[in-house]
Ligand binder design. Structure first.
Ligand code: NAD
Length: 247
């Protein structure tokens, strides 16, 4: 039986794009460790809060809309002041550079990058008051892979790493950290259209030869959002079974 260690007791965590996939797994894991979890998505993520139980709180949040962030800050106060922000919502259409239009570019950057800035704008002041806070941005190991049709996505996901580095510098003396987590190919609805052969071609390049599951991301995020990771900031942690290797 799995041991539940209540490392996140007393914390309030906010997860975006948490109706399914990686976001849902992260919300469940944070709740399992004792956090109250503000579970958000484009529409109310009811299934996720049903799975969590009373410590899960569903809110609608379109991460591209500043007004939604502002109103979440007010509505979420009933749960408590947010200590942990996990920006997970993502948009990832495949468009070869010749077919990429400005609307797709802008939606990708708005969903995958504006969201990180907006979360800091609205939730940093509360963390500052407590002198404790954690930002985790879900990037992608695709930033280091030779995959076509994803220039807009790779730009946004590199942007997350850059933003976390800059944010980390600005809040370094206030007990607040900011880090990026880079998943590899992970078994969610987002990759359902890919054939088994396509998926295998990816995980065959990993040291650990299997497809990643959403729960594989939970360890890195739980660690980075814990007290144990207080001296780790501005970092990018790859969680992909050893596909992307640095140096
Ligand atoms: N699945 C993978 O292989 C993989 C690999 C690397 C990185 N990632 C990243 O992990 C994150 C989660 O991916 P996933 O596979 O779980 O995707 P998914 O499509 O299963 O879930 C994404 C969630 O984000 C929500 N979302 C989309 N746009 C939104 C918006 N504007 N506002 C609020 N919510 C919005 C969707 O409604 C959905 O519930 C994404 O950032 C993705 O880029 C995924």
């Amino acid at each position: 039986m799995k041991t539940s260690i209540r490392t996140h007791e007393g914390r309030v965590a906010l997860v975006t794009g948490a109706a399914q996939g990686i976001g849902q797994a992260l919300a469940l894991a944070l709740a399992d460790r004792g956090a109250e979890v503000i579970v958000t998505d484009l529409t109310l993520p009811q299934e996720t809060v049903n799975k969590i139980g009373p410590t899960g709180h569903a809110f609608q949040l379109d991460v591209t809309q500043e007004e939604d962030w502002r109103s979440l800050l007010l509505k979420g106060r009933d749960v408590g002041e947010v200590d942990i922000v996990v920006n997970n919502a993502g948009y990832f259409p495949n468009r070869f550079i010749d077919d990429l239009d400005l609307a797709t570019w802008r939606k990708t950057i708005a969903t995958n990058l504006d969201s990180h800035f907006l979360s800091a704008k609205y939730f940093l002041p509360g963390m500052r008051k407590k002198k404790w806070g954690r930002f985790v941005g879900i990037s992608s190991n695709m930033v280091g892979l030779a995959i076509t049709g994803m220039s807009h996505y790779i730009a946004s996901k590199m942007g997350i790493i850059g933003f976390m580095r800059g944010l980390a510098n600005d809040v370094a003396n206030e007990g607040i950290t900011a880090n990026a987590v880079l998943p590899g190919l992970t078994n969610t609805l987002a990759i359902a259209p890919q054939s088994e052969e396509q998926k295998r071609a990816v995980w065959d390049q990993q040291a650990i030869k299997r497809l990643g599951e959403p729960r594989d991301l939970t360890g890195a995020v739980l660690f980075l959002t814990s007290d144990d990771a207080a001296f780790i900031t501005g970092q990018a942690i790859v969680v992909d079974g050893g596909q992307y290797r640095i140096g």
